[in-house]
Design a protein around this ligand. Structure first.
Ligand code: SF4
Length: 447
């Protein structure tokens, strides 16, 4: 019998990947995805703990779901509610204490046990809710079924979980557990399955993806072996840590033609004092050195990064140093956030918390600079010919959206045969967050 599943995904690409795998794992029980929670027999919130007030947002969403559940039960029906992801991991039993109508609480490393939890929850015999927040990353990847039914041209593939770095602002080491890397053979098999389903670009995911190491194989070796898959055209990886940017990986950017010339490499601050307080494990010079070596290996490589402004103790001079770093590197894009304390992390208890108005000013100044750089970067591509992998239809008639090797979104007029193909396009108009282009040939391009 077909049953309806609604998954709401918060946060990072790791969660997007986990949500897809949850849907795959529940498909054999007859669950198909729907767009609205009030159509669903089972609702899963796949939560994120990174943003401010993450738990409060989850509890307010749960309040809405409880109203749907009560109405449903008044009509003689049922609604099973599950909470997964990092808030579930962090809150555990507390979540069921505050929201006793929740049927299942499970962490990011136990998504493979979801079908069994759902069977137990739908039997209605678990009066106190089901809680499973083990750190079982190896078991999770062994037991999740192969991805099914994809019709996308690009896909995520999770290869590494967890973090041993303990940046003082971050909850991930506490919610996702220690670093774990999947065996290469399992990854290649999953990649081949995706390519057989039409995927042409794979983004390898990990909390510290370049810390990947399994049986002596590092990320550069894995990238090389993946690039042997014939119909796989493009490979990316995210999110990297500067500490794990080894020589082999830098060199791979110059030699592996399927590895796209775009790297998201979070630096967070341009001040050595703040980097030390964040426990990032590297200074500004090391970051510049990595960028220089990557540019030497692949001169056209584009960079993106993450920045936190207003970390405890950040002075005007520290913030100026961050603007200076941005000015020197010239990013193609970047993500920036105001620091906000996460309970249980060392930075939350640091003295010298920066007042909110100063954080707001700094964030606005930093985002202005990044927006300027992004505009300049996109404008520098006008008139150039580049390959685009087409991924989706746009909002306008006959409009299709794809991405350049440098991860820029491009809108092109064409027809549905573009989807899933790589074509040569001339870039004609630049906007701050995207570009427009026109097809310059009907034959396929290689990357
Ligand atoms: S490297 Fe730092 S910011 Fe990234 S997940 Fe680990 S602790 Fe968090």
């Amino acid at each position: 019998m077909t049953k309806n599943l609604f998954i709401k995904t918060y946060g990072c690409q790791m969660n997007v990947y986990d949500s897809q795998r949850m849907a795959d794992a529940l498909a054999p029980q007859g669950y198909r995805l729907v767009e609205q929670p009030d159509e669903a027999d089972l609702v899963v919130l796949n939560t994120c703990h990174i943003r401010e007030k993450a738990s409060e947002k989850v509890f307010s969403e749960l309040g809405r779901l409880n109203r749907i559940k009560m109405n449903r039960e008044a009509e003689g029906g049922t609604l099973v509610i599950g909470v997964g992801g990092c808030v579930a991991q962090a809150e555990g039993a507390e979540l069921i204490r505050r929201a006793p109508y929740v049927d299942m609480v499970f962490g990011p490393q136990t998504t493979h046990r979801l079908p069994e939890m759902v069977s137990r929850a739908t039997r209605g015999t678990e009066k106190n809710g089901i809680i499973d927040t083990d750190f079982a990353a190896a078991e999770k990847f062994d037991e999740l079924p192969a991805p099914t039914g994809t019709n996308r041209s690009s896909a995520f593939l999770s290869i590494q979980e967890g973090c041993d770095k303990f940046c003082t602002f971050c909850v991930v080491p506490y919610t996702r557990g220690a670093e774990f890397s999947r065996p290469q053979n399992d990854i290649i098999l999953e990649a081949q399955t995706l390519v057989d389903q039409g995927v042409r670009e794979i983004t390898l995911l990990g909390q510290n993806v370049n810390a990947y190491r399994n049986n002596g194989i590092g990320l550069a070796d894995l990238l090389e072996n993946m690039s042997q898959i014939d119909d796989l055209k493009r490979i990316r990886y995210t999110t990297s840590h500067p500490r794990d940017m080894d020589d082999a990986l830098v060199a791979a950017h110059g030699t592996n033609e399927k590895l796209m010339p775009f790297l998201h490499l979070p630096v967070q601050s341009g001040s050595d004092t703040i980097l030390r307080a964040m426990n990032r494990g590297h200074g500004v010079d090391r970051f510049f050195d990595i960028i220089d070596r990557l540019r030497a290996a692949r001169p056209d490589i584009a960079f993106s990064s993450d920045f936190i402004v207003g970390f405890p103790g950040e002075t005007d001079a520290d913030f100026e140093a961050t603007l200076d770093l941005i000015g020197r590197i010239e990013f193609a894009q970047a993500y920036s956030f105001k620091y906000s304390p996460r309970p249980g992390t060392p930075a939350a208890d640091m003295n010298d918390q920066v007042p909110e108005p100063i954080k707001n000013e700094r964030l606005a100044a930093l985002q202005d600079l990044i927006t300027q750089q992004q505009k300049i970067y996109n404008a520098s591509h006008i008139g150039s010919h580049t390959s685009i992998l087409f991924e989706s239809a746009g909002r306008n008639e006959n409009q299709y959206i794809g991405r350049t090797p440098y991860n820029q979104s491009v809108h092109v007029t064409g027809d549905a045969t573009l989807l899933g193909t790589v074509r040569q396009v001339e870039l004609t108009i630049s906007k701050s967050h995207s570009l427009e282009g026109r097809l310059i040939e009907s034959a396929g391009a290689t990357i």
